[in-house]
Design a protein around this ligand. Structure first.
Ligand code: KG4
Ligand code: ZN
Length: 353
């Protein structure tokens, strides 16, 4: 039997197997994470090592430091994920790794680590798109969920509105024309003197504030499902600077609440429009910003009022983790998408590539 036939028959055996356990690694930005996921739906174990304390010193992610920290942490998070699952590599059916989009050095550490592990163990390696991973977090939190549905993917680097036609098949409806929603949260937080990553801190601060205190624009770019946050961000930073120049104290909670409300309104308006126009009945949220309580509760109110189903990933599945990569990998395995040892990091990978 030729090598190709051997791989093909092993792949077909895996595709028929009742329980497929995938060990996944995620290193695209500043989290080193490993997880073991069964059949794309059940998290057996998940370990997330965050580098946020290191990068907070510099006010943002320093790519070189991120790469070095991943090199240190990869083996440890994989060992811990296996230990917590009560498994060894012999119990694993396949490996998965994020190969893009993200920081090139950070991605390369994960890709190299998993290629090495695949070579040493003979386990097939599944390449996963990080954004697809965020979408797939919904399969873990909502066991009955199946495509088609609309998904709003809002993270530190991406703001996409997509129609998920099938597993691994997407139509891009709209995206940000400038900054990502998470970036807007983080830059606004910085103007309020909050440390990196400021999104969650701004959101906490906003809880005690009056969202109508500061009038903020509601940008509406030409694309019907596109977002724009750059003008809003500049208007907010200018408003903060204006008070500072006058030596007046910043009403931080009110400002945070007003700014957050403008971002959330934009996301909600476009997402609800997309659901209505699609004729579909389900909207999923994904990515770090989907952990935002204001966004989650406003979407819940809109879903109840407009009559569509809303899927929200559990909070820990919104931000970067490897369980979502293990979920996406399972459906790629079913489609026969296995990487060769020439797999490389693709920093600018898109959801449609
Ligand atoms: O998905 P993610 O963990 O990493 C990327 O793929 O980018 O998203 C991180 C982003 C950061 O910008 C962070 O500030 C934002 O998600 N974020 C939040 C909240 N939690 C995380 N933004 C607003 N409110 C939150 N609760
Ligand atoms: Zn992410």
């Amino acid at each position: 039997m030729s090598v190709t036939h051997l791989w093909q028959s092993r792949l077909e055996a895996l595709q028929r197997k009742a329980s497929v356990r995938i060990l996944a690694l995620e290193t695209s930005c500043d989290e080193t994470a490993a997880a073991i996921v069964e059949n794309g739906r059940r998290v057996i174990s998940s370990v997330i090592f965050s580098q946020v304390d290191v990068h907070a010193l510099y006010g943002g992610v320093v790519p070189e430091i991120a790469s070095r920290a991943h090199v240190d942490a990869c083996d440890r998070v994989i060992d811990q994920a296996l230990r917590e699952a009560g498994m060894t590599l012999a119990d694993v059916d396949a490996l998965a790794v994020t190969y893009g989009p993200g920081l090139v050095g950070a991605l390369l550490t994960g890709v190299s680590c998993m290629k090495g592990l695949s070579f040493a163990t003979g386990l097939p390696l599944i390449p996963v798109n990080h954004i697809e991973g965020h979408v797939s977090a919904n399969y873990l939190s909502n066991p009955q969920l199946a495509p088609p549905f609309i998904c709003l993917v809002v993270s530190g680097g991406h703001s996409h509105l997509v129609r998920v036609e099938d597993y691994g098949r997407y139509t891009l409806l709209g995206q940000t024309v400038d900054d990502a929603a998470g970036e807007a949260f983080d830059k606004g937080a910085r103007a309020l003197g909050l440390p990196y990553p400021g999104g969650p801190l701004l959101s906490q601060l906003a809880q005690g504030g009056d969202a109508s205190a500061l009038k903020m624009p509601r940008p509406n770019p030409a694309g019907r499902f596109d977002f724009s946050f750059s003008g809003l961000k500049t208007a907010f930073i200018n408003a903060c600077h204006k008070l500072e120049q006058k030596g007046m104290p910043l009403p931080k909670a009110d400002y945070a609440a007003s700014y957050q409300q403008a971002i959330v309104d934009s996301l909600c308006d476009k997402a609800v429009l997309a659901v209505h126009e699609s004729g579909l009945d389900t909207l999923c949220l994904a990515g770090g910003v989907s952990a935002n309580q204001c966004l989650r509760s406003q979407m819940q109110i809109l879903a109840a009022r407009e009559g569509f189903k809303l899927c929200l990933p559990e909070l820990w599945l919104c931000t970067d983790n490897a369980a979502m990569i293990g979920s996406a990998a399972y459906y790629r395995l079913l489609r026969g998408e296995i990487a060769s040892l020439s797999l490389n990091a693709v920093p600018a990978l898109t959801l449609l590539s």
